[in-house]
Design a protein around this ligand. Structure first.
Ligand SMILES: [Zn+2]
Length: 81
């Protein structure tokens, strides 16, 4: 079930970029990203951003990401019911 991992994945992305994620979680995160477009979009935007701009991105992105993910999760939850 992809959607249940979205929130965790977004949180883990930050640890991933800091190199704080262990191999097991990293593999799970990469697997999730390859199958989940909202998270993949976030990941691409984030990883394409130069280090100095990331603080600004973190400050600005969460609302957009949260909206996207919420919509996505609603769709997924409706599907599974
Ligand atoms: Zn996701």
């Amino acid at each position: 079930m992809i959607a249940s991992n979205c929130k965790d994945s977004v949180e883990h992305l930050l640890e991933y970029l800091d190199g704080e994620l262990n191999a097991d979680l990293r593999a799970k995160l990469e697997a999730h990203l390859s199958g989940c477009s909202p998270c993949e979009d976030f990941w691409k935007s984030y990883s394409a951003t130069p280090g100095l701009c990331r603080k600004a991105l973190i400050a600005e992105m969460p609302r957009e990401v949260a909206t996207k993910l919420t919509d996505f999760l609603r769709l997924e939850m409706n599907k599974s019911k």
